[in-house]
Ligand binder design. Structure first.
Ligand SMILES: NC(=O)C1=CN([C@@H]2O[C@H](COP(=O)(O)OP(=O)(O)OC[C@H]3O[C@@H](n4cnc5c(N)ncnc54)[C@H](O)[C@@H]3O)[C@@H](O)[C@H]2O)C=CC1
Ligand SMILES: O=C1[C@@H](O)[C@H](O)[C@@H](O)[C@H](O)[C@H]1O
Length: 349
């Protein structure tokens, strides 16, 4: 007789690019969970994603799945501004929650979420900042902590996407894309961001709808570490996310060598991943496996809603900096509640 617990009964809400990817991840690549519900008002998408998960039923609204499917957990992969309407009823139902990033697109909404969560006995929400599970980011974080190369002085981050969807706005550069660096910079440096500034170089004429792309976002931390983020989301050639860390006595680079490098016929070449699904595929798998394992114990094991709230405060200042052209201070209205103290090795220091 097996001692393993019954699989976690998961609903995936939002069956677009990320939601469908999570359905196949749970069904094919990780253990301890099963997708029993796929929710999307777009019936074709819900049906296509559910077809990859034997036994999963489709629903047009999360409330219908909640009433019908005996859920233990939910993965939320709707657009960011639609996370809160799923998170709040999921909290009320006491489900384990993995919300895709961002936790929410406004500080006000993030505050409502953390207030609702603190009415429970313990954190239920993990936020999908998957870079915290990526080998390169973890190695870099350890290098910074070790002090082996002296103090960290600066980070050069490149965040390049092949192209943007039609509804992608200038603020989305910050709230949807740079939100990853907004999360990983404090994670690597070990201290919060205190200011944001945005510089806009010459525009890429291939960016749709007049989008001012690329932009350079300067994130400054408490001790003066400066992270310079090139957000550049219409590069055409592929998906590339790199970080070069400048220390007092050394430089470390991550994200540059994902694949084999071949020298042949007078040239050296290496392929570029087409999208985040390949670049961070292993990180998503570890993220979801650790979330499932923790949910079986009534815990989370990764970035919390508190981390999501902190990121939304910085993103707010970033959107303001896009408009003002000035360095904008980041002011966190709240102290970290004891409720969010955690033993997860992937939590912010
Ligand atoms: N961690 C990462 O690297 C990535 C995270 N994301 C995040 O994943 C989330 C989803 O992004 P994508 O999959 O790219 O978007 P998408 O646009 O491909 O899919 C969103 C889906 O949500 C559905 N939807 C809309 N309202 C709904 C509702 N009330 N209930 C259920 N479904 C609803 C839409 O019909 C659509 O199928 C976003 O939060 C995004 O920021 C997206 C890409 C990568
Ligand atoms: O989260 C993601 C997308 O939503 C976002 O639009 C991309 O810029 C990021 O690289 C990807 O990781």
């Amino acid at each position: 007789m097996s001692n393993s617990p019954a699989p976690l009964r998961v609903a995936v809400v939002g069956a677009g690019m990320m939601g469908a990817d999570h359905v196949s991840r749970i069904t094919q690549r990780i253990s301890g969970a099963e997708v029993v519900a796929v929710v999307d008002p777009d019936t074709a998408r819900a049906t296509a994603a559910a077809a990859t998960a034997p036994g999963a039923k489709t629903y047009a609204a999360f409330e219908d799945a909640l009433a019908d499917a005996q859920l233990d957990a939910v993965i939320i992969a709707t657009p960011g501004f639609l996370h809160e309407p799923v998170i709040l009823p999921a909290l009320e139902a006491g489900l384990a929650i993995l919300s895709e990033k961002p936790l929410s697109e406004t500080v006000e909404s993030s505050l409502r979420i953390i207030e609702a969560e603190q009415k429970l006995d313990r954190p239920h929400i993990q936020v999908g900042f998957m870079r915290r599970f990526d080998k390169g980011y973890l190695e870099l974080r350890e290098l910074v902590k070790s002090g082996a190369n002296g103090a960290l002085l600066a980070l050069h981050c490149a965040h390049r996407n092949p192209s943007t969807p039609p509804n992608y706005s200038e603020s989305a550069l910050i709230t949807d894309s740079v939100i990853h660096e907004i999360d990983t910079v404090p994670f690597i440096v070990g201290e919060p961001i205190v200011s944001v500034e945005v510089k806009k170089p010459r525009r890429n004429s291939l960016a749709p709808g007049g989008l001012l792309d690329p932009q350079f976002v300067l994130l400054e931390t408490v001790s003066g570490v400066l992270a310079i983020v090139e957000i550049n989301v219409n590069v055409q050639f592929g998906y590339q996310v790199t970080t070069d860390a400048v220390f007092e006595s050394g430089v470390a680079s991550i994200g540059r060598a994902e694949t084999i490098q071949i020298a042949s016929a007078g040239a050296i070449g290496q392929s570029v991943t087409p999208s985040f699904k390949e670049r961070f595929g292993a990180a998503y798998d570890v993220e979801v496996q650790r979330w499932v394992d923790a949910a079986h114990k009534g815990e989370i094991d990764g970035p919390s809603a508190w981390d999501g709230y902190l990121a939304s405060v910085v993103a707010d200042a970033g959107v303001l900096a896009q408009q003002s052209g000035k360095k904008e201070p980041v002011t966190y209205a709240l102290e970290k509640p004891a409720f969010y103290e955690t033993t997860s090795s992937l939590a912010t220091a």
